[in-house]
Design a protein around this ligand. Structure first.
Ligand SMILES: Cc1cc2nc3c(=O)[nH]c(=O)nc-3n(C[C@H](O)[C@H](O)[C@H](O)COP(=O)(O)OP(=O)(O)OC[C@H]3O[C@@H](n4cnc5c(N)ncnc54)[C@H](O)[C@@H]3O)c2cc1C
Ligand code: SF4
Ligand code: SF4
Length: 240
């Protein structure tokens, strides 16, 4: 639908082609002009581990589909998952892409005999909890906008977004509130040597035999990703 439904001024074809090519380079084999009528039979013939059905609805957002919860039928068949327009809910590229991401978790869990549960969101970290003493001032940038007379002449995006360099700059301004980004400040600040560094991407281990609960690590943490908690019958300790 992104090629035949969404107009090219909203979805430029060179970008669409590049994204499909990128998916192919990641190892996905794409079989075109291959109609599937019997999902379970195709599944058995292909000896697939799991199936994700994303056959779309070929309808605009405003069109109501009778029995539109039909996609739920697929829940009843083990190993067959569905997402995108074929399932109930908002029909847009953003939602369809999100369903794909969710399907990855669900299918991965299913293949490992587990059920995926969306992890709970972290508590909101208010500005006062951040320690920004070593952050430099970095103002936000205004996104370029088309002038009113230019907007009348074509379909170009009004709000033009950022190029690669500006996007990088904006991303680098993120405080990562509530999330550890492995800056090692807590590790450097712990007077007891209680914090050990794990491999990149795996955070830190706190040795509760050494931790005195002094809170120095929390005072160092720019993003408030570490907190003190009390354990039953145990001394207070830090927790990342
Ligand atoms: C005219 C129009 C304009 C739109 N404009 C926008 C927009 O501006 N922005 C936006 O976010 N969304 C827009 N949408 C909605 C958006 O296109 C869809 O939400 C999105 O493409 C859904 O993705 P999907 O993968 O679920 O399904 P689709 O993109 O529809 O893909 C389904 C695929 O499955 C294939 N298929 C179907 N049946 C079978 C079968 N039996 N065997 C094998 N293959 C099969 C189809 O050929 C198709 O390639 C628009 C939709 C329409 C109709
Ligand atoms: S609270 Fe524990 S881990 Fe944090 S700085 Fe103090 S001793 Fe180290
Ligand atoms: S918990 Fe905070 S101070 Fe420690 S590494 Fe993560 S972000 Fe840095």
């Amino acid at each position: 639908m992104m090629r035949y439904g969404i107009p090219s001024y909203r979805r430029p074809r060179p970008i669409l082609n590049a994204e499909i090519a990128c998916i192919g380079r990641m190892g996905v084999r794409i079989s075109l002009n291959r109609r599937v009528d019997q999902v379970e039979i195709e599944n058995q013939l292909g000896d697939f581990d799991a199936v994700f059905v994303a056959i779309g609805a070929h309808l605009g957002e405003q069109v109501d589909i009778p029995k539109r919860d039909a996609g739920k039928v697929l829940d009843a068949v083990p190993g067959i998952f569905a997402g995108g327009d074929v399932t109930p809910g908002t029909r847009s590229v953003t939602y369809a892409t999100g369903h794909g991401g969710k399907a990855v978790h669900c299918i991965h869990a299913w293949l490992n005999q587990r059920t995926w549960q969306k992890p709970p969101s972290s508590a909101l970290v208010p500005y006062e909890k951040l320690h920004l003493w070593y952050h430099t001032e970095a103002n936000s940038q205004a996104q370029p906008m088309l002038a009113a007379e230019q907007r009348q002449r074509g379909f170009d995006e009004v709000l033009q977004g950022f190029d690669k360099d500006r996007t990088r700059y904006e991303a680098s301004r993120c405080y990562c509130c509530g999330n550890c980004f492995e800056c090692d400040a807590c590790y450097g600040g712990c007077p007891e040597g209680a914090i050990g560094i794990l491999d990149t991407g795996h955070g830190y281990r706190i040795d509760y035999e050494l931790c005195t609960g002094c809170g120095a690590c929390i005072a160092q943490c720019p993003s408030h990703a570490i907190s003190l908690f009390s354990r039953p019958n145990q001394p207070t300790g830090a927790n990342t």
